[in-house]
Design a protein around this ligand. Sequence first.
Ligand code: F0G
Length: 430
Amino acid sequence: MDASDRVVLKCIDCGREYQPIDVYECECGGLLDAHINLDWAGSVVSKALFDKRLGSREKILRSGIWRYKELVNPMADDLCIITRPEGNTGLYENKRLLAYTGLSSVMLKHEGENPTGSFKDRGMSPGVSEAVRLRMKVVACASTGNTSASMAAYASMAGLKPVVFIPEGKIAYGKLAQALAYGSKVIQVRGNFDDAMKLVRESSRKLGMYLLNSVNPWRIEGQKTIMIELMHQLSWNQPDWVCVPAGNLGNTSAFGKALEELKALGFIEKMPRIASIQADGANPFYLLWKKKAGSLTAVEHPDTIATAIKIGNPVSWKKALRSINATNGVVEQVSDQEIMDAKAIIDGCGICCEPASAASLAGARKLVKSGVIKRDESVVCVITGNILKDPEATVKYHLSELEGITPKYANAPTVIDSRLEEVERAINAP
Ligand code: F0G
């Protein structure tokens, strides 16, 4: 078989196929899907091969993305791969999580442990590596913060020029700091994320910038490895459910694709059900699913404390819906109060995350309460970002300074005069 038969890009709207794989979107403007030739992949990968690579010292194979490279981008050129390496993220259990959700088995997979502090590195490594292979000079993205931080880091490592479009004044400081520090051109767009997204798509086409939002199929391919690595960690024994925070819907899209491919290859027996969790102030995908609508209606003024998922017009909704349907999944929404309380629980276990990440645990709890998830089913919640991305939200929660939120698990500091008795009193206070 010709090596080029290992993967083709196919438009999910008009069906047009692209080989060579040198484009990131279809001429019709539709999203492209990477179709990996699973007959070929099945003949070269195995559980034993992936186990063997776990012990490798080679930089590329130590990455939790490139260890599975045949399932990510079979045409990737090893010499062009930009990797830190990524992945190998922890899977955590804690009694407090059981008490909080009412489940008998719940684990958190912490994607905030990636090099720039969020799952975005999973998609950015393959995306930037493709930009290098294609000899692009400038890469671009719109972002609520984490994509820009990740792209800026990987592009700078590769010697490319990163240009990030962010909604003015609406991204958490930790993320803005990263984008600036890693040397990207930061363009603050007067408007929200959806305005920035529209603008970056148009400018990338016109100005020849390589777009690295999750419309780029290699972003999705890389993010598939969250599921592949998770199943590998669980010795290919799938949980009953995977809960994931949902904004622009790249992860929801990637997870379903990964699970379908793993099942087709015989790595897992059945697919876990995906529960995609939105903030109730930025819930277009929830509304689409709930109303069984044929197409997505954008939420005009999305609003949530979880700024990472403050998105009203998610680009990947068609692919995400395919994931929900393929896995017999569900879409749920949670309030900012539920998000921040779930975050306090995760933080209190010493695991820690940024607000959007906690939507997955908040969603799991809500779905258990409503009986959709049974108490004896096993659940993995994906945690998407590091706590230090948005310290302001955390501190304000504990100081009871968040408007409209009553912090159930507040842990405010105690102020004392500098005297021993006061120390004793403070320590013994509840
Ligand atoms: N969690 C975090 C921490 C995020 O940064 C994002 C998305 C999501 C969840 C939602 O994931 O888009 O795949 O549904 N952040 C993007 C950004 C939009 O620009 O950083 P999704």
